[in-house]
Design a protein around this ligand. Structure first.
Ligand code: ADP
Length: 270
């Protein structure tokens, strides 16, 4: 009986090894196919704006003199917009690399939500032309501590997405309120929405709901970066949508009561 038990466990161990090997092969194959999908998506995202820049500049160089001032201006505007898109894309790639290497260390400073949102919107001015932006941020919200530049990056990604996935002329609403030791920031759009089953997955790196038909250009990196930065501040980020009538992105950031030492700082609250 002991012999047959030993034989049985040898077979079981053998099978376990085999299963493990099969699993390793599966993971390697999956990683490989992810890597080539990623490379093809990255080259597409780099080439589309580049093709547009090359087309517009060569057209300007060749026929520029015969174009009206308006046409010349439109072509230059395309070049600028596409170059800015490339810049944001490379910025996101760098930010992701830094986050993954643990090289993003937030430098928190006392921040007022009104100021954070106002500064972000000012910096995005040219990108908000096709939508209305409504603000609902009550005065006298508690100050909170965040890395201003990183949090600007989060808001920019969320607002850029709201514009990207919404029709021209729609409204994007940015709300803020305080809730049990948290500052809550909500960005609501009237765009295409997100199917409920994808609301959690969109924060995964490279996940895109409509990647196949490529209706809108993108890399699937922005929200993964937002999540990394927000969680690095002890906060949370979530998406809410019924899949049809727009989406709401909600960021919660912890509020800490300032100590006497904090109040000695330049940005101290009154
Ligand atoms: P990207 O926009 O570059 O694809 P993100 O990480 O910013 O990457 O977003 C991931 C995916 O989440 C998008 O591809 C899109 O499918 C979905 N998404 C993000 N924001 C919105 C939004 N405001 N409305 C609808 N879908 C959105």
């Amino acid at each position: 009986q002991l012999d047959s038990l030993a034989g049985f466990s040898a077979v079981a161990v053998e099978r376990m090894h085999l299963n493990r090997e099969v699993e390793t092969v599966r993971v390697v194959a999956e990683t490989e196919s992810m890597r080539s999908a990623l490379l093809s998506s990255l080259s597409h995202d780099l080439r589309t704006p580049l093709a547009s820049i090359i087309g517009s500049t060569s057209s300007l160089l060749t026929y520029g003199r015969s174009y009206s001032e308006d046409v010349q201006r439109d072509l230059l505007k395309t070049v600028l917009e596409e170059a800015e898109r490339l810049n944001r894309f490379v910025g996101n790639l760098l930010q992701m690399t830094k986050l993954e290497a643990g090289a993003t260390v937030p430098k928190p400073q006392w921040t007022d939500l009104d100021d954070l949102v106002g500064t972000t919107l000012e910096r995005m001015e040219g990108r908000l032309e096709k939508v209305h932006v409504a603000l609902d941020i009550p005065p006298m919200l508690p100050l909170f501590q965040v890395d201003f530049v990183l949090m600007e990056h989060v808001l920019m990604n969320l607002i850029d997405n709201a514009v990207k996935y919404s029709p021209v002329g729609s409204t994007i609403t940015i709300r803020g309120h305080a809730e049990d030791g948290w500052i809550v920031i909500e960005i609501t759009d009237e765009g295409i929405g997100i199917p409920a089953e994808h609301c959690a997955r969109i924060f995964d790196k490279f996940f895109r709901v409509y990647s196949r038909d490529r209706v809108v250009a993108g890399t699937g990196l922005g929200l993964a970066i937002c999540k990394g930065i927000v969680e690095g501040h002890g906060g949370t980020i979530e998406a809410e949508s019924d899949g049809e009538n727009g989406s709401t992105f909600r960021v919660r950031l912890p509020v800490r009561t300032p100590t006497a030492a904090d109040l000695e700082g330049v940005d101290a609250p009154p």
